[in-house]
Design a protein around this ligand. Sequence first.
Ligand code: PHE
Length: 417
Amino acid sequence: MRKNTLILISLAVLSFGLLGCPPKENGGNTTTAAGSGDILIGEYGSMTGAQATFGQSTHNGIMMAADEINAAGGINGRKIKVLSEDDQSKQEEAANAVTKLISQNNVLAILGEVASSASIAAAPICQSNKVPMITPSSTNDEVTRKGDYIFRICFTDSYQGEYQAVFADQWATANNKPKNVAMLTDVKSDYSQGLGKVFTAKFTALGGKIAGTQSYANGDSDFRSQLTAIKATNPSLLYVPGYYTDIGQIAIQARDLGITCPLLGGDGWESPKLIEIGGKALEGSFYTNHYFYADPAPVVANFVQKYKERYGQTPDALAALGYDDMKTLADAMKRASKLDGPSLRDAIAQTKGLTGVTGTITIGPERNAMGKKLVIEEIKNGQLTLAATIDPATGGKVEMNTGAAPAAAAPATATNK
Ligand code: PHE
């Protein structure tokens, strides 16, 4: 009897679900200005897999921003609802995730990815469906060239790589070392390949030498043959523009083989797991980043405090960029003449002077954030410390952090298109 009742109830619920009303997630939603109900936003990221902290931190930042926006009245009275898809750190899954968000969930806009190769794989799908995509942190120059619906709120690799080379040059001079850098890049990553090219061009233009170039593939576990070849070139610095999981292993194996010089990397090193994996092998190494968590500026300090209260951990740059990404989208949704793809695209393109945790966000003609600040961090005593700052607003020079007052502002020369 009880069993039969249960079956009947289940059948009734099922048929009501199938025939009576639309699926709950999309229940009654439309994405027009005249519409009501939640505004659906898609997010795709590496919640699991080799770059899991990238996706998880970004998601935390996005959700914190979305909750703040909703608590403050949403977008002209409507709430934002974020639908998240895990691409497992795989490029092909990134494309599938975005296809699902667009064709099944009918999202208005998409936030993601972190890894440039994943963004490059998914961007054409957003473009052909006229769904704006804003990557928080993909830096490879190609990403925003995928079409006029594709934006980023971070700096590009032609900017990041150039400053890494300037830093390497200045560091060698200051430490009386030969301008001789060895390089190890990831053949599977557009990000790593792009940075390798930019760094080489700038460092050699400054009179430096690339002692030797070796490659690996993301997910490899043995880097010893490449590192043995690198050791023979006796470099002053080892440049490794890769992602944190590989970097930790590379650093450990480099030290085992007797390579003592600092490693230098890009934003892909950024993860709470980096030092956990690499430990002492990373002491004295440097990487470029989008923000420094201990920056005393109120906008950064407030964010860090609220994030710690909510998640019980210090936000990394991915969290800060995820937060800024959602805020940038919300700002554009409020300004858009209509909540459809083309109108929202136009509003995002007009983003100007928006205060973010990672700096002021102004979208330039090539859909990249212009004039973002860049920091260089050094791993000292197992902690991240600020080694240098590059601020286009004060001349775009590498200002080494000597602990003294910041140098006087010089006229702006650098741009970040
Ligand atoms: N910039 C990296 C890429 O494009 C992703 C990344 C950004 C990783 C910020 C860590 C921190 O692939």
